[in-house]
Design a protein around this ligand. Structure first.
Ligand SMILES: NC(=O)c1ccc[n+]([C@@H]2O[C@H](COP(=O)([O-])OP(=O)(O)OC[C@H]3O[C@@H](n4cnc5c(N)ncnc54)[C@H](O)[C@@H]3O)[C@@H](O)[C@H]2O)c1
Ligand SMILES: [Zn+2]
Length: 362
């Protein structure tokens, strides 16, 4: 079975991402290769565990590990301190010691929570990511951001904590609901639009294969995305500078999520809308031309994602935007595309003008 390896270079915290189709059963051997020992605590949820836990368990047992499952309820609404405590309870019940490790089997919610549990349990034990959504394979499993939500804000509690390794099996995407799958494609478009023009062209040429979850196209798209994110993270592990480019489409995307109460759109859908607006704004300021802007919008639509901003008064958008974490005293740090495949970070102070460019008036 063909396995690709992508290095995330972070000095002594460096690790590899292993990528392939149908490779999940290799997890036991990978953990041995990584030098992990003791008990393997698999943190998963009630949707993903029935699909993939048996395969993971038998592979780990065949490699000589004692294995336990920590099952969690499924949903972003459970990404909180109460569920985190359930993980700690499971780890204590299984008598996990410092010589043991955690495996995160699921999407970004499981990865963020299990990663934070690993960062904090016994002051830190090793963990491995087994991401099973497209979004988690190309985004959340790379880069070491872990954490939970607080009633007053998303991802307010957390830590930078790198895994020992990541195993991505694109075959697990066969069971992913369509909307969730398309959301992952949204984050993939982001990498092409602001960081890699050739990759953007690849996505345009292969949109049909990607929509049908063709394994070869997926492996190429996921591996390129991981490599791009790994490079950005290697340059800026703790988001002091260039890592902010990954917020392309997210500024207006977050405003859309806030205004619609996190109900109408999934995250990747809101980001898709945000990218279409970012392209409009980039064209308005002369950073890209009409053709570039049209290509971004066309690819988003071709991959089944929404493009139109939902209708709310400009003042509501303004309010939502000024709550964005990137608003400093000097205005909004906005990521524009420079042509396709490059970016500029701009400080935009006139939010009203910005909204007008997007067609949002009073
Ligand atoms: N740490 C980071 O850098 C980072 C980056 C981006 C997003 N995130 C976080 O990631 C989370 C979103 O992650 P997500 O989009 O993966 O959502 P998710 O984890 O909620 O998964 C989406 C749904 O798909 C189900 N699922 C997962 N894998 C499946 C499979 N193979 N087959 C069938 N169903 C499956 C899940 O149970 C869930 O119902 C958010 O909490 C966000 O804050 C973190
Ligand atoms: Zn995102």
């Amino acid at each position: 079975m063909k396995v690709e390896r992508i290095r995330v270079a972070l000095d002594e915290r460096s690790y590899d991402i292993e990528l392939g189709a149908g490779i999940l059963g290799g997890i036991g051997a990978l953990c041995r290769e990584l030098g992990l020992s003791g008990t393997a605590a698999v943190v998963s949820n009630t949707t993903v565990a029935p699909l993939y836990y048996e395969l993971v368990r038998s592979s780990l047992e065949a490699a000589g590990y004692r294995v336990c499952l920590v099952p969690l309820p499924d949903g972003e609404e459970y990404k909180n301190s109460a569920t985190l405590n359930l993980i700690y309870d499971g780890l204590v019940d299984a008598s996990l010691d410092r010589g043991s490790f955690i495996l995160a089997l699921g999407g970004g919610v499981i990865g963020d929570m299990a990663g934070f549990a690993a960062a904090s349990y016994l002051r830190g034990i090793p963990f491995v990511q087994l991401p099973t959504t497209l979004l988690s394979q190309v985004d959340s499993s790379v880069g070491g951001k872990t954490g939970i939500n607080h009633p007053r804000g998303k991802n307010l509690i957390g830590a930078f904590y790198q895994p020992k390794g990541v195993l991505i099996d694109v075959a697990t995407l066969d069971t992913l609901p369509e909307r969730e799958y398309l959301c992952g494609l949204g984050e993939i478009i982001k990498y092409g639009a602001v960081l890699d023009g050739d990759f953007f062209s690849f996505l345009e040429e292969n949109s049909g294969r990607l929509l049908s979850r063709d394994k070869d196209a997926l492996i190429q798209a996921v591996s390129r995305s991981c490599a791009i994110k790994a490079k950005v993270v290697a340059e800026d592990e703790r988001e002091g500078g260039v890592r902010a480019v990954l917020n392309y489409g997210h500024t207006l995307g977050h405003a859309v999520e806030t205004l619609t109460g996190y109900k109408r759109y999934l995250h990747g859908e809101a980001v898709a809308i945000g990218m279409v607006q970012a392209a409009k704004i980039s064209q308005h300021y002369g950073f890209c031309n009409q053709g570039d802007r049209d290509r971004i919008e066309a690819l988003i639509k071709a991959l089944g994602l929404p493009a139109e901003l939902p209708s709310f008064p400009a003042r509501d958008y303004q309010e939502a935007l000024s709550h964005d974490k990137k608003v400093r005293d000097k205005g909004l740090l906005f990521i524009c595309n420079q042509g396709i495949g490059a970016y500029r970070m701009e400080r935009l102070t006139d939010l009203r003008a910005l909204l007008e460019i997007c067609g949002i008036g009073e």
